[in-house]
Design a protein around this ligand. Structure first.
Ligand code: PLP
Length: 559
């Protein structure tokens, strides 16, 4: 009898502990849909397609007739500018559109879907460019555009720098050509420098940042014998399934915990669970913790927020470092984006916190495709001395391609040169001052947008509730500014922007926003709050779901 009581008691304790650990996990999830991957996927599957016809396009916020008319006039003027200025680029884009799925995707997801078709049809900027020089790009029609795309973050030092890396790097390896499997001698220098920069023992080469992250996580799982990875809410680590749970991935990522960034509840999970192999940190999230990368296609209202607090994020990384060390969890810094943008030694140097494994990519091969993993020797090993059949497999046909190694060699050599060292000096002082200057100008001009920045990575936030903030990307384009498909969500400056270049961009941002304001897109009414906008959009979705025939609000449906 006593035995039964003891067993029942032990079972109860065991169950209670399980429940407690589960509750801790729930408490560490961010309350938003971004924090709940499965729910987000289910919600996304329920969102019905509908779109605004020509009339509703201009008054989705119930603006009065004169405002709608002013918007329409401004829009048509812009359409005329686009048609005339980007004719060749737009024609060539149209030729490619049906056959390139990536192009279809990016052009469709530039603005909220209700507005997408009409905007796409009327404002065709084109997806082709002919050349780059300094901080500008030239399109097929001969327009010179200031580049704020940053080529997805690759362009840290200016395109001319990368052209030289590729040209000189190719000269180094020309005699070997595309021979794979063996290494070109420049690789020795690259590995030595990568070890010095990362402060870590071993290096592996891959073809993309996504692959580097896959390998880092696989190694962490292999060496810890645990299955789960922790990523923080909103963080992007490439498009591999395990690091991209939620919307965009048709499968649930079962071995991924998405936890709240900069939150004590997440540290509690790391302290208690025994199934966590690694924690992935993308330091870019310091600019918008717990939120997805900002893109204009999700700019439904003016709720986008961003703010970088270096001291708070450093403190967070230190806490993560401590708990990972205590619990033998592998701390991975995914520096594919921020790597050489924040400091010569990357985020480890910038925040003064060391990681166990670091992934690099984008810029580090001097403009050619790359992913790099640097790690502690015990974590990088892909086999076990005592169990020869138990290996951690990773290959890749093009890894350490001679041309990539040649270009990386040039990149790393230049990193040590005087001009680049000078660029890094006072980097934050320069870019924070420029962001302040920009904000002062926006305030002075009475414009409802502000800049938040992590060094040279900027995002625009909007200070007045509006359904039309995404229109700014088109006004900016008309002013000669090139943005990536995420629009005003991310401005990526290359570090070769001079004060004069920057002043030219600042002028254009102010004129673009002033024109947009004049055209009435930021019309205000007391009842037009962010909450009211969200409520209205939700209502529209419910209506569209209940009566699918209303796919187009006041114009024929076209998908
Ligand atoms: C932090 C981070 N990790 C990984 C990746 C994926 O790199 P790639 O696009 O080279 O696969 C990206 C790409 O933007 C990134 O920003």
């Amino acid at each position: 009898m006593t035995m039964i009581y003891i067993c029942t008691g032990l079972l109860a304790l065991f169950l209670l502990r399980k429940i407690q650990v589960r509750l801790q996990l729930s408490a560490a999830k961010h309350p938003s849909l971004t924090g709940h991957s499965r729910m987000a996927r289910r919600f996304a599957a329920l969102v019905p397609f509908y779109e605004y016809g020509e009339d509703r396009f201009f008054r989705a916020d119930e603006a009065p007739d004169p405002v709608a008319a002013s918007r329409r006039a401004g829009f048509m003027r812009l359409a005329g500018v686009f048609e005339q200025r980007f004719a060749k680029s737009a024609a060539m884009t149209a030729e490619l559109q049906d056959a390139v799925s990536d192009l279809q995707f990016t052009s469709r997801y530039r603005v909220p879907f209700q507005f997408s078709r009409y905007a796409r049809e009327q404002l065709r900027g084109g997806a082709f460019l002919e050349s780059s020089s300094g901080v500008t790009l030239t399109d097929l029609d001969g327009n010179r555009l200031y580049d704020l795309t940053g080529s997805y973050g690759v362009n840290v030092f200016g395109y001319d720098f990368y052209k030289e890396c590729i040209a000189r790097g190719s000269e180094h390896v020309r005699d070997l050509g595309p021979v794979l499997g063996a290494y070109h001698p420049v690789t020795v220098y690259n590995v030595r420098r990568l070890k010095e920069i990362s402060g870590l023992d071993e290096v592996s080469f891959h073809m993309s940042g996504t692959e580097a992250v896959m390998q880092a996580v696989r190694l962490a799982r292999y060496h810890t014998g645990r299955r789960h990875l922790v990523r923080f809410c909103g963080a992007y680590h490439g498009w591999w399934g395990d690091v991209q749970p939620g919307v965009g991935n048709p499968l649930a990522a079962r071995e991924t915990y998405t936890l709240k960034d900069m939150d004590e509840a997440s540290l509690r999970v790391l302290r208690t669970r025994r199934d966590i192999a690694c924690v992935l940190v993308n330091p870019l999230q310091a600019l918008h913790p717990n939120a997805n990368a900002p893109g204009d296609s999700t700019l439904v209202d003016s709720g986008r927020s961003a703010h970088f607090d270096r001291a708070a994020y450093t403190d967070w990384l230190r806490k993560l470092r401590a708990v990972c060390s205590d619990r033998n969890i592998v701390l991975i810094f995914d520096e594919v984006f921020v790597g050489f943008r924040l400091a010569r030694g990357g985020a480890q140097e910038y925040f003064g916190v060391p990681a166990d494994i670091v992934t690099y990519g984008k810029t580090i091969a001097g403009g050619l495709p790359i992913g790099v993993v640097c790690g502690r020797r015990d974590l990088m090993k892909r086999f076990r001395e005592d169990r020869p059949a138990d290996i951690c497999f990773a290959r890749g046909t093009f890894n350490a391609h001679p041309y990539v190694m040649g270009s990386m060699y040039e990149f790393l050599q230049r990193l040590d040169g005087g001009p680049i060292r000078a660029t890094y000096r006072d980097l934050d002082v320069v870019w924070d001052a420029r962001a302040r200057l920009m904000n002062d100008r926006l305030i002075e001009a009475g414009l409802p947008l502000r800049i938040a920045n992590l060094s040279s990575i900027w995002t625009i936030t909007y200070t007045q509730p509006s359904r039309y903030n995404w229109m700014l990307q088109y006004y900016l384009r008309a002013e000669g500014i090139a943005l990536s498909w995420v629009g005003t969500g991310r401005f990526i400056f290359s570090l070769n922007y001079s004060d004069a270049d920057f002043a030219a961009v600042a002028d254009r941002i102010v004129s673009a926003a002033a024109a947009m304001q004049r055209d009435g897109w930021w019309w205000q009414a007391p009842l037009l709050t962010n909450k009211a906008i969200k409520r209205r959009v939700l209502k529209e979705m419910i209506q569209a779901r209940c009566s699918p025939s209303m796919g187009s609000m006041s114009s024929p449906r076209s998908r």
